[in-house]
Write a protein of this length. Sequence first.
Length: 161
Amino acid sequence: MNDLIVRDDLSVVTTGSQDYVTIKLDGQSLGIPVLAVHDVLNAQQITKIPRAPAWVSGVLNLRGRIVTAINLRTRLGLPPLEDGKKSMSIVVEHGEEPYSLQIDSVGEVLSLDDQLFERNPVTLDKKWRDVSRGIYRLENELLPILDVDKLLTFDAEGKAA
């Protein structure tokens, strides 16, 4: 069971830990809550969708379900994957629809102590801040935690929020 702690800044946190799947995107490690991940896929055949936003790579067939493929590099304003390199995918669900988040690679599953979780630093790029729940300070790097709902929330014209 988790205990409650009140920090000096009067924010309340629970003690315990959360599990995250780590991914790599343009050399940056990111975390996605384990419970949000339905599948991890190697490179897949993706069918392009005419007139789709640039960050929508197309659709793929996953066990008879049509899954929208989102290019996270494009979505987050990063350069495209180097020629010849294949992306992997993490399948998540948003609004009862499956989405394949195209990433560079999958890392490991980490169980991180809730007390180490921090709000996004003000210096974090706005594109990342808008889709991140917060960060964990690991030994050698910061691990932003992706907010899948914010990442996949689109306005009426299909633009990312």
